[in-house]
Design a binder for this molecule. Sequence first.
Ligand code: F6R
Length: 612
Amino acid sequence: MCGIVGYIGNNLCKSYILKGLERLEYRGYDSAGFACLDTDTYRINHQKAEGQLINLINKLSDQAIDSHLGIGHTRWATHGKISEENAHPQLSCHKKVAVVHNGIIENHLDIRSNLEAKGHTFLSQTDSEVVAHLGEIISNKTTKDDVINIVTSLQGAYACLLMSSDCPETLIAIRKGSPLCIGLGHEQIIVASDPFAFAGQTNQVLFLPDQSFALISKNIVEVYDFSGHTLDVPISQVDITWQDDEKLGYKHIMLKEIYEQKNAIQATLSNCKQLDLTLWDQLGLTAQRVENLRSLALIGCGTSWHAGRIAQFFFEMICKVPTRVVLASEFRYAPFFHEENTLYCGISQSGETADTLECLRLLNTLDVPTMALTNVESSTMVRETGGFLLTKAGQEIAVASTKAFSTQLVALYWLAHRIALQKKYITMESMDRAHDDLLITAEILENSIEHYRIVIEEKLAPYYAQFKRFIFLGRHIGYPFAMEAALKLKEISYIFSQCYPAGELKHGPIALLDNDTPVILFSSLDERVYPKILSNAQEVKARNAHLVAFVFEGQDELQQLADCVFVFPKVHPLLAPLAMTGLMQYWVYSIANVLGCAIDKPRNLAKSVTVE
Ligand code: F6R
């Protein structure tokens, strides 16, 4: 995690770097820092602040430090507590070299003790500081060999930017594992973890290949691999826009994004439809391969993993393809059994999540078909997988995922139908019906928020905000959805929330039921499952626990049992989670809002998790 930005060009580095950091703050907001080279004294000036970027901006506002060369950082703490000493840039002895780093230097303790034995003094607890000390070999005659010297000492995954007062016309960018890209402007170059940092300034982007580094001056970028061979990296045109007025009148970005879901679903669906002729090509498949497809593996983390767990029902029930859904962080180190005709699909809003990305990279080395379902076209996953499908949620900024989740469900539901059509399990008519069902469900998603908005805001949220813990229950397709609801509540309100498959309640967790632990139950439209859900609700009420039920029209017995009900119009049974998504998110959001939580940037979290 962490966001890094570097600038070389005219005397404007402060404004470019702070603007870039603002846009990368989603990657971590534990502390921030900035360094630039003072060209009169040839010394490195720096400033750091604990907490969100605004604290750094305030500190810098009355300081006239700026220059043609600078670096900046926004941190998600891994090594060392949150403090100014541990904020980046990290500096070498005598402040000759400054470094910003994203990733983990795994052998930092060994390097540190070697350097300490040679007389270096360390001031922080970070793994990153070793890079600054190693950087002391940089001189005004710096060559690629100096950088190779530095990288050969380092183990782990990292993206680093280095500047040295001895080498005032060069910015050094190194990439292994963690992302780094270079925006080429007119007589100025901006380097960042993500092209959003310079959107609007330039759309000419050089994505630094993995295990490479660049020596960057105002007009020239030289790229080398770690053996010193020159790399000829193509310049991509990346057309991304950054929406500056993020809240558009909403109290929080998360609330705005909850309300953007209907449009995001429509945009995702029309993107899917437009692809029809080129779809298999874009997914790195052929029609023949799809017809022969025997199994699917969906890989993701957090909310994206939940979307995969729900989509398992789509693929198994609609196109009859056995599907397993794996947590990326577990799959990577589990034994791998090659299965013919299996497609591996990474699901990731950002397209950068290290756990998922590393799984896909591993699979690429095994020469099995990989694809990514992601929301970011310029992401590493799009570039590195065999194929990709895009959700069109638009930029998702709030840390808690909302519209990315619903659009993932939409894209996966549509894809399951498209595979079924290719395998001739369904007709074009069913395909069109699926499309219409999705649009109807998107309407319900939005209308249900409006229907309950006032009662939630005025009555229900203040009431439920008093509880210290919740139990979430669901069955069948509703179980992964209940997991998503529990994750959302704990992420943004810090209330302890545990989720169980409703049928498992009686096998142990029922012991937890008491007056202080509300149970949130998500109903099902599957005729086989609903009666079982009803029994589970009865078990809860028999123990006098407080029951909140998300139910569908006509499910009268469940409605009568619950202490609080939210009723939804009926949809296709597989779309029940999508229908309930907006209201579930709004209910959770409203509780966190009553508690006054930092909803858009919850404590300890970051939007893009680029360390394993
Ligand atoms: C939860 C949330 C996280 C992400 C997870 C994967 O609200 O946002 O759980 O879903 O970190 O991120 P992506 O989808 O970018 O791979």
